[in-house]
Design a protein around this ligand. Sequence first.
Ligand code: NIG
Ligand code: FE
Length: 412
Amino acid sequence: MRTLFTHIKELLQVRTAPISFVAGVEMDDLPTLKNAYLLIEDGRIADFGEMPNCPSELSVNEVIDATGKMILPTWCDSHTHIVYAGNREGEFVDRIKGKTYEEIANNGGGILNSTKKLQQTSEEDLYQQSKYRLEEVIQLGTGAIEIKSGYGLTVDAELKMLRVIKRLHDEYALPIKATFLAAHAIPTAYKTNKQAFLELMLKEVLPVVAEEKLANYIDVFCETGYFSVADMELVLGEAKKYGLLPKVHVNQFTAIGGVQSAVMNDALSVDHLELINDEDLKALQGSKTMPVALPSCSYFLSISYTPARKIMNAGLPLALASDYNPGSTPSGNMNFVVSTACIKMKMTPEEAINAATINGAYAMGLEKEVGSITVGKKANLILTKPIHSYASIPYAFGMNQIEEVYISGKKM
Ligand code: NIG
Ligand code: FE
């Protein structure tokens, strides 16, 4: 099957030579081709170039005229918790009325509220709820996604979450990476015995995760009041024995040294970073760890935004992800993430698009498959509506600039 897009107003994120990610000043460069064609063969990008060199329409099965429209790779959302049960709308209203996220969590709400709901939800029901969210974000342009466990907090419930992620992985064409979030919150039954809870996750869940290949990565919520750097190191050390690389939650509310420790443990990504100090930046320089910002979380909780300029000025790369979850970010809209990064974090459209495509792909080990317009990569594409320039995508915040989404060359 050969599909040819013709007369594309601008083809974005064109990378002839494959790259892993972009960092520092390079992030402000978004290579494009104007008046372009794009050829897809059997679900992969086969060729692209300028219209004067376009292959004959007779040689393909389908021709799509993209006059006035742009094409870019789909968003690569490297940090989500889309497998969850129910919602936390009650807590949302409580926060509007003045309670803080922390107060709510300390009163049995927060992550533990989602845990209770998840434990009471059947695997089939959890799958149905999650599949709905996945289909919703695909329509919003997400074409590769990472999904975490971490709302189970018992052996059975964590495995239930991870099996739902695996089922989504098996039934959907977009690349899905699974992360075992082994230490997200301390369940009530273990309130005074955190070590026993960690033991349970490491001795009873981790071996099954490895045996049944239920996860690609390991995660810990390294934060004051949740898990310390020492707790994180214990978990990462055990997971390493099973070949699971870390992708961790660090520096959301407090900076306690989690970044340095994660880098030393070969983390693929360090996520949140609403706070970041000079030691953190130094640790990241020269490492292979991708910093990941989650601006929708900052928006929803009214907390500070990850200092993107400071990170990029230090020569580092930055990825953008949604953090879609019921408590801190009940939205998986990557268009909003890109807009918010430009508006609140002062990223240029070029930087934000790089961060949400190729850098996001790297942050889930998918940089060879998705994240750029490169021959051989999956044809996971966004076809925009007619727009003036690609700055429209972040500029028209909250609006929908997407006409069609293609996954492996197939219209969704
Ligand atoms: O990434 N920070 C930890 N976990 C989630 C939020 C969890 C929740 O409130 O349900 C996050 O923001
Ligand atoms: Fe998260």
